[in-house]
Structures are given as C-alpha cells and as structure tokens.
Design a protein around this ligand. Structure first.
Ligand code: GAR
Length: 209
C-alpha cells in the first residue's frame, strides 16, 4: 500500500488494545499510521503511553457538555483537525450521537470482548459465564449507530472454563484481542482499497463515458 491510512484511536482506560495497534503500525508494511489518541477521560492510562511513543493526544471530557450531541461535535472537530481517515475504538466507553456514528460509518472499528452478536453491551464476560457458554471470544466490527451491531471484520474464540470468573475470562479474551485488532484493521483497510479499485473498474465499464 503506497499511502498509509491515518488512524485515530479512542480510549477511556488502560489502552492495552491501543498499544497493540501502535506497535503493529510501527511495521513499515502496515497500511495504517496512528496519528492521534483521544480520551474522554484525562486519567486514562493509555494517554501517557501514547505520548511517550511520540503520538499526539487529546482529551475532551464528556462531563463538560450538556448533551451527547455537543460532546460528539467537539470530538468530531478534533478528529478532523488531526486529519483522521479512520477511527479505532479501543476500550472507548462512550456511546456516540447518531450523527457522529452515521458520519463515520464505514470508517470506524470497535473491539468487543465477546463473539457478537452474542453478549452486546456491558459486563459481557459475566454475561457469557451466566449463560453457561463453553466458547466466547472477541470481535472487531464496524461501528454503526446501533450499539455493538455492525458487521464483524474478524473474530477469535477462546474456551470458557468451568473454573472461570469474569476476570479470568476477560484476561483470556484480552490476549486474543491484542492479536486480532491489528489484523482486523489491516484487513479492513485492504478490503476498502480493493472495493475502491472495483468501483473504479466498474465505472470505467460504463458506456458512454
Ligand atoms: C477490552 O476488553 C475491550 O474489548 C473492551 O474494554 C477492554 C479495554 O481494554 N471494550 C468494550 O467492552 C467496549 N464495549 P484496553 O483499554 O486494555 O484495551
């Protein structure tokens, strides 16, 4: 890929998935560069790591806004200022306004610690244990306005052991999250490039030009 896609990562916490994306993007052949890390929380652990990696960071607290819409407008302005082409949500725990989600549909990925469409929402490892499933996992999916409902890009499965509690299951799932997020972002970018090429080829077949 000649030109790397400009990716902003959105976090709310420790940012271990963010780290795996930052590390993957250091590879010369990786099709994305991480241009910024945003958090809605100034105390998100991942911010310091990103800054130490020389990546610009931004914080806007959702608490300073009286509506979801106005917070998302401020976030959108910052992402535009950065020249963002794609967004990766990595433990970002805010729901977007519909306008934000619609604008970035097709350009925004999320990682979720279950095999969607099973167990959307919160406390998903506990949901899996309560349901008695024997396999769970992680999903990287496109983000659409409906929560945790966009098309999956990549999934990985892990066993759920009888001895598991939510924490032990979360730790097992997190390990595969770190593997699949960089792979999914690469796959997503390469597929979009192919789609663009297919569209251009189809257009060239339209007659008369
Ligand atoms: C990860 O397990 C991620 O899948 C989950 O939060 C954790 C963040 O960890 N995200 C969600 O539950 C989103 N609905 P990290 O900050 O270390 O990447």
């Amino acid at each position: 890929m000649s030109q790397k896609r400009k990716v902003a990562i959105l976090i709310s916490g420790r940012g271990s998935n963010m780290k795996s994306l930052i590390q993957a993007a250091k590879n010369q052949d990786y099709p994305a560069e991480i241009i910024g890390v945003f958090s809605n929380r100034a105390d998100a652990g991942g911010l310091e790591y990103a800054a130490n990696e020389g990546i610009q960071t931004g914080v806007i607290s959702h608490k300073d806004f009286d509506s979801r819409e106005s917070f998302c407008e401020a976030l959108d302005s910052l992402l535009e200022e950065w020249g963002t082409e794609l967004i990766c949500l990595a433990g970002y725990m805010r729901i977007h306004s519909d306008a934000f989600a619609e604008k970035w549909t097709g350009k925004m990925l999320n990682i979720h610690p279950s095999l969607l469409p099973s167990f959307p929402g919160l406390h998903v490892q506990q949901q899996a244990i309560d349901a008695g499933v024997k396999i769970s996992g992680a999903t990287v999916h496109e983000v659409i306005p409906e929560l945790d409902a966009g098309p999956p890009v990549l999934q990985a499965a892990v066993p759920v052991l009888d001895s598991d509690d939510a924490d032990s299951l979360a730790a097992r799932i997190l390990k595969v999250e770190h593997k699949i997020y960089p792979l999914a972002l690469k796959k997503f970018i390469e597929q979009s490039a192919n789609d663009d090429a297919d569209a251009a080829e189809q257009e060239s077949l339209i007659w008369p030009q």
